[in-house]
Write a protein that binds this ligand. Sequence first.
Ligand SMILES: NC(=O)c1ccc[n+]([C@@H]2O[C@H](COP(=O)([O-])OP(=O)(O)OC[C@H]3O[C@@H](n4cnc5c(N)ncnc54)[C@H](O)[C@@H]3O)[C@@H](O)[C@H]2O)c1
Length: 497
Amino acid sequence: MEVRRMEVAILSLFPRLSDLRRAQPVTAAVISLGRARPHLYHFYFSAILRRAASATRGNHVSCAVHLSYHLIYQLIYQRWRAGMIGENQAVPPSRRSREAMMNQSGTEVLEREAEAGETVGASSALDPFAMEAAESAEARRRYDPAKLRELVADIMVAWGYTRAEGYTVADVLGFADLHGIDSHGLQRFQLYASQMGNKIDPHGKAEILLDTPVSRIIDGHRRMGQLNGVDAMNACIEKARTTGIGIASVRRSCHYGAAGYYASMAAKQGLIGISMTNTEPIVLPLYARQIFLGTNPIAVAIPADPHPFFFDASTSVVAYGKVELYAKQGKELPGTWVVDPENRPLTDSADALARLLRYNNEAGIVPVGGNTEYTGGHKGYGFSMLVEFFTAIVSGGATTDRTAQGDPVNGICHAFMAIDPKIYGDPEAVKARFSEYLDEVRALPAVPGRKVLVHGDKEAAALSDREASGVPLYHKTVSELRAIADGLGVDWRGALD
Ligand SMILES: NC(=O)c1ccc[n+]([C@@H]2O[C@H](COP(=O)([O-])OP(=O)(O)OC[C@H]3O[C@@H](n4cnc5c(N)ncnc54)[C@H](O)[C@@H]3O)[C@@H](O)[C@H]2O)c1
């Protein structure tokens, strides 16, 4: 809120809408101040605002300038004292998009906002993702991934699974934890424990409903999503090896974790891997008052050097797990992640999560692009519809709005694809061209304080760090795992001390 008020204070120095372009460097300066210390803000601001005062040549303006200056300085200073501004602070995403829009036409944006009653720039957290990383590094203890794998297998065996099945589930979850996908690693285990024997059928056996040289449709019979997912992707890989392409869709399954695991299974074997899943309903189609879509992630992994290209993200502005993670940490939601039925952003993570979990349309996550057409919400909404087609429609399973209905529950649907790059010619040449291209993108000049990454770079960095130093788990996740193990008489000591 303070940033917003600072911006309003500065814009008030430039009273006509036509002055907005002149105001822009000043507002940009406010934001870049986060990279400096408060005493530098003092001199920096002083210079900018004195120049503004002399340019306008009026005593009353000069007075307003100095009052605004003191207000702004105090706000920044208080924020710094409260530890909310650090050396690595950057412009929050919503501010960046606002500025990008102002570059095109500041007047138009402000008029549109006024018309639509929108809050494009309201965000109280400065670069939430950087803050999350900074906090989590200190807050979490590291654990040995090999011991965690054994513990998961022990718990799975206690639930009635074979040890091999236990390792399969452990590997999918461990992949997420090792690659920095914290929302879909072991912190998901609590969900599986709560679904075991009701949504998840521990005795379920998958059934092949249709099989062609290039495709397979499977009824997952409410087996754990990881078991259905690994079997389905293995079938795709086998088909791709013989025909060049393999496609599978699974209906009546359960939560399968990070979509990227399955895409990576193919990439590890030199193939292009694709995976997607629908979920339980939690996302609002653009402008709808009723949640109807899932967070519906799409993952694509493509062989490249020094590591595969790895795109793995939900088609909603955030995954549900991230809202849960923020609530676990007691942090405010930044920007527009969750909205109420009036399309107003909710920022209290605990309140937003509680509303989402009541499943009665008190709140919904918005699609990628946000809650308006101006920000591109219709595009994320479209990606999500594609996921529904390839997962639920083709398999005859439940679309997201119906996944949680039925007794037994209808369940979730997934889709998998593997493509052998041989169908494009020499796979090594394709890989070399792509790797070169990715390096060109990485080498692009970046905005100050940032680096151009490509998809998969963060995960590769997390992997080398976590393989060497262990997996950082939130203490709440550790308590949950210990309680699950205790309830089953499984010894967690050694893995979770
Ligand atoms: N099973 C389910 O029901 C379900 C539902 C939703 C999401 N998920 C999983 O949750 C996980 C997290 O999803 P998310 O939507 O939070 O993803 P996210 O917002 O963390 O985005 C991750 C993707 O963006 C890339 N990326 C991040 N920063 C980048 C940068 N600066 N430049 C280039 N690329 C960058 C990463 O490499 C990765 O491909 C995924 O594994 C997804 O499959 C699962």
